[in-house]
Design a protein around this ligand. Structure first.
Ligand code: ADP
Ligand code: MG
Length: 707
C-alpha cells in the first residue's frame, strides 16, 4: 500500500504509549504512515572509530576506552565528577556536569564506548558533551584498541519537540519499519524510477531512516524528494497542458486602462460597487480587474459555447475549456481584497457562485464581514462557513449553498470539506495562498469541477499573496499561473515611519506610543511567539508589565495561540471597534488584520523574526490616513547581519525590495525564507537545496502528462 495510506494509529506500535502518542501529535504524527514519513533532519556518522589521538572535525571522538580513575573538583553545589579514561591512544577527561550518578557505574576498569566532542583545555583533552555505553568487562591484558565501538553506523537525527527524545522516536520508527516497510508500494511510475536512477519506495523509506552509509541516505532522500516534487509538478503540468497554447505562465504587466475604458467594461453590479466606493481605485487595481474580467468572460463564453455544442449533439472539444488561473501579488495593504471582490461580482453577474478561502478563522471572519458590509447592499447573498459552525447553522447554510441561494461563501478550508456542495462554483479565491498546500488548492478547485457530456469545466482560480515571489521561483513553482502585480499603494497612504530601538531603551518607544494613544489611536505589541509554554509565559509577563505599569489607563488585551478561538475573535472585535486600545499578541495577528485606526506597531525581539514576517507585521498599521509608526526593538546581542536587516526595514516599506534584501543578507542558501518549503506543503523537499531535482521533476512531469 502507499505509505500515506497506512492509517493505523501510532498507538498500535509496540512501545508507543499514550504519553508518546500525545507528544507525536504535536509534530503532526498520528498514523504509522505519518511516522514513517517523519524524516531525519540530519545524520551522525559513527561508522568510523575515531580515537582520542585521531579526533575528527569538531573534535569528534568515537572510541573504546577504559576508565582509569575518578576525581572530583569544585565545592558545594558546584562539585563535579571527572572521569579519566584511556583508549590506548591517549588519555581524556569526561567532565560530568549534573551527571554525578556516573560515579557508580563508571568505576575504574570499566570498558566503555565513548562518543562526543573533545577539546584540549587546561592541557588536557576534555569533553562535557559525550555519551557512554558500557561493554562487557574484559581482562586487563586485552588491547582495547582492537575493540569496535558499540552503536556504530549512521545515526539518524530527528527533529524534536518538547518531550520527544531521539531515543523514543528512533525506537518507534524502527518498530514501524519492521512491521510495515515491506508492504510499501511505489508511487512513481517504474520507468521514471529506472530513468532517474531512483530507489523502490519501500527501500527509500527504510534507508532514509536506517542507512548503512551516508550515501544511501542521500540516495533515499533524492528518491523521496523526486517523488514529492514530481507529484507537485504533475498537478502543475496537467494544468499547463490543459491551458496549452493559451500563453500561460508569463507574468503579465497589463497595460494601463483609461477611466472610460475601465468603467465601460464593468458589469452593472460591478459598476454599482465602483460607484459606492468612497475612494478611487489605484491604477494597478484597475488593470488587474480589467485583465481578469476579460479572462472570466472568456471562460464563461467558452463554457457556454461548448455546452451549446453538446446540446446540439456535437462531440465534446478535444482541448479543455479555458479558465482563469491567476496569482495576484501585492504588498500588504495594497488592496488585493477589493480586487477579488470585483471579480466575485463579475462571476455573480454571470450567475455563478464564489468561494473565498482564508487560512485562519479570524481572517476568514474578517473577510466575511467585509464582504457582507460592502456587497450585501448591492443585493449579493453572502455567507460565512467555518469548521466551528455548529450543525444548527450549518445545515441550512449547506442547503442554501447547494441550491445556489448563496453567491459568495467565505471560509477556512472548511469550504472544501466533503459535505460541502456548490450549485455552480465558478471562482475560487484563495487569500494568503502560501498558507495552503498545493493539494488543498486542488481540493477547492475540485468542488467546482463540472463534467458533462464528456467535457470538463474547472472553476476560475484567483490566488492572492503578499509574499513577493522571486521571478525564477515563480515560474517553477507557479508554472500554471498567470501573475498580476499591484505595485502601488492607495493614494493618501503615508509611508510608515520605522524606528530601531535597542533593548533597554524600550521606554522611548512606549512613550511615543502613549502620544498616539492620547490622540485616540491604537497600538499593537508583538512578542516572539511559537507555541512553547516558555514563550507564552514570557509574553504574558511582558504583557502584564505593559498593562499594569505602562498603560494602566488604557484597555489592553493579549492574544496568543493558547487563547481559545472564540475569545481571540472577541478580543479582535473589541480592538477593531476601539473598545481595546492596546492589542498585544504573538504573531497570530500577522495575517491580514485590517484596523485603520491602529497607528503603532511595536515588535519586541524583532531580530528573532524574519524580514518578510516583520514587513507583514508592520503592514498591520499605515492602513488609514494618519501617520503610522513601527518600533523594532532588537536585543543587545544582535548579529551584524541582523542589524543590516533592521536597517533595510527602516529604510524601505517596499515588500519587493525587502524580499530582495532578505535574500542578500541571508544568501541563496536560505532562499526558502520567501517561499518556505512547508508553506507549499512539502514533507521533505526543500527549495533551497532541491531546485535541481525540481527541474528534473518538472521535465519528467511535463513529459509524463503530455504522453
Ligand atoms: P491587502 O489584502 O492587499 O493587504 P486590503 O484589501 O486588505 O489589502 O486593503 C487594505 C485597506 O485599504 C482596506 O481597508 C481597503 O478598504 C483599503 N483600500 C483598498 N483599495 C483602496 C484604494 N484604492 N484607496 C484607498 N483605500 C483602499
Ligand atoms: Mg489581505
Amino acid at each position: 500500500m502507499k505509505v500515506s495510506d497506512i492509517k493505523t494509529p501510532v498507538s498500535s506500535i509496540a512501545g508507543i504509549g499514550p504519553q508518546l502518542t500525545k507528544t507525536l501529535a504535536k509534530v503532526n504524527v498520528f498514523t504509522v504512515g505519518d511516522l514513517l514519513q517523519y524524516f531525519p533532519r540530519d545524520y551522525e556518522d559513527r561508522t568510523k572509530k575515531l580515537t582520542f589521538r585521531e579526533r575528527g572535525p569538531n573534535g569528534k571522538v568515537h572510541t573504546v576506552a577504559r576508565v582509569v580513575k575518578q576525581e572530583w573538583f569544585g565545592y558545594g553545589r558546584m562539585k563535579t565528577l571527572k572521569i579519566i579514561v584511556n583508549d590506548g591512544t591517549g588519555i581524556a577527561e569526561l567532565i560530568c556536569f549534573n551527571r554525578a550518578f556516573l560515579e557508580k557505574s563508571l568505576v575504574p576498569g570499566t570498558i566503555i564506548t565513548v562518543t562526543g566532542q573533545f577539546f584540549v583545555k587546561y592541557n588536557a583533552l576534555q569533553s562535557t558533551a559525550f555519551e557512554v555505553l558500557k561493554h562487557e568487562p574484559v581482562d586487563e591484558s586485552v588491547d582495547i584498541t582492537t575493540i569496535t565501538p558499540k552503536e556504530s553506523g549512521i545515526l539518524p537525527v530527528y527533529p524534536l519537540t518538547e518531550g520527544l527524545t531521539q531515543k523514543a522516536i528512533s525506537k518507534a520508527i524502527t518498530q514501524a519499519l519492521s512491521q510495515y516497510a515491506l508492504g510499501i508500494e511505489n508511487e512513481l511510475p517504474s520507468e521514471l524510477i529506472e530513468k532517474y536512477g531512483l530507489m523502490q519506495k519501500g527501500d527509500a523509506i527504510r534507508l532514509i531512516h536506517r542507512p548503512a552509509e551516508i550515501s544511501q541516505a542521500a540516495a533515499a532522500r533524492r528518491t523521496l524528494v523526486f517523488e514529492e516534487l514530481f507529484q507537485f509538478q504533475k498537478i502543475i503540468a496537467e494544468r499547463v497542458y490543459k491551458r496549452k497554447g493559451l500563453g500561460n505562465a508569463a507574468p503579465s504587466e497589463g497595460a494601463a486602462v483609461s477611466d472610460t475604458e475601465f468603467t465601460d467594461s464593468l458589469s452593472p453590479l460591478q459598476l454599482d460597487f465602483f460607484n459606492s466606493l468612497p475612494f478611487p481605485l489605484t491604477d494597478d487595481q484597475r488593470t488587474a480587474i480589467f485583465e481578469m474580467d476579460a479572462e472570466i468572460d472568456r471562460a464563461y463564453t467558452e463554457r457556454e459555447r461548448i455546452l451549446n455544442q453538446l446540446d446540439r449533439g456535437l462531440p465534446p472539444p478535444t482541448t479543455p475549456a479555458f479558465t482563469m488561473a491567476r496569482l495576484l501579488q501585492g504588498d500588504v495593504g495594497s488592496g488585493k481584497t477589493l480586487v477579488s471582490l470585483f471579480l466575485c461580482l463579475r462571476i455573480i453577474s454571470w450567475k455563478g457562485q464564489c468561494a473565498f478561502m482564508a487560512p485562519t478563522e479570524i481572517l476568514a471572519r474578517q473577510h466575511a464581514e467585509t464582504t457582507a458590509r460592502l456587497l450585501a447592499p448591492l443585493g449579493v447573498r453572502t455567507a460565512f462557513l467555518t469548521g466551528n459552525l455548529r450543525a444548527k447553522g450549518r445545515t441550512p447554510l449547506l442547503k442554501a449553498l447547494k441550491e445556489g441561494e448563496i453567491d459568495i461563501v467565505v471560509g477556512t478550508h472548511a469550504l472544501f470539506s466533503s459535505n460541502v456542495e456548490y450549485k455552480d462554483m465558478e471562482l475560487a479565491v484563495i487569500d494568503e495562498q502560501h498558507r495552503f498546500g498545493v493539494l488543498q488548492r486542488q481540493a477547492i478547485l475540485e468542488k467546482g469541477r463540472v463534467s458533462t457530456g464528456g467535457a470538463t469545466f474547472e472553476p476560475n482560480l484567483l490566488m492572492m499573496s503578499a509574499t513577493p515571489i522571486p521571478q525564477s521561483l515563480a515560474l517553477t513553482v507557479f508554472g500554471d499561473l498567470d501573475i498580476s502585480t499591484i505595485h502601488s499603494m492607495p493614494a493618501g497612504r503615508k509611508p510608515i515611519t520605522t524606528y530601531l530601538v535597542k533593548e533597554g531603551n524600550e521606554i522611548n518607544a512606549y512613550e511615543a506610543v502613549r502620544k498616539e494613544l492620547a490622540k485616540g489611536h491604537q497600538a499593537y505589541f508583538v512578542y516572539p511567539s511559537i507555541d512553547s509554554d516558555e514563550n507564552i509565559k514570557s509574553a504574558e509577563r511582558a504583557f502584564a508589565h505593559l498593562r499594569d505599569h505602562i498603560y494602566p489607563q488604557y484597555k489592553c488585551a493579549l492574544v496568543h495561540s493558547k487563547v481559545d478561538e472564540e475569545e481571540q475573535v472577541n478580543i479582535l472585535h473589541a480592538f477593531r471597534d476601539g473598545a481595546i486600545q492596546v492589542l498585544a499578541a504573538t504573531t497570530v495577528i500577522e495575517v491580514g488584520l485590517d484596523v485603520p485606526n491602529a497607528t503603532c506597531m511595536v515588535i519586541e525581539g524583532a531580530d528573532r523574526f524574519g524580514m518578510a514576517q516583520l514587513h507583514q507585521l508592520r503592514g498591520r498599521v499605515g492602513r488609514g490616513d494618519a501617520q503610522s509608526f513601527c518600533f523594532l526593538i532588537y536585543s543587545k546581542d544582535i548579529t551584524e547581519s541582523g542589524i543590516e536587516r533592521m536597517k533595510a526595514l527602516r529604510q524601505s516599506t517596499d515588500g519587493f525590495y525587502i524580499a530582495e534584501q532578505d535574500l542578500k543578507t541571508r544568501g541563496p542558501g536560505e532562499l526558502n525564507g520567501t517561499v518556505q518549503a512547508g508553506e507549499l506543503g512539502f514533507r521533505i523537499a526543500d527549495l533551497s537545496r532541491d531546485m535541481e531535482v525540481m527541474q528534473e521533476a518538472r521535465t519528467a512531469a511535463l513529459a509524463f502528462v503530455s504522453k
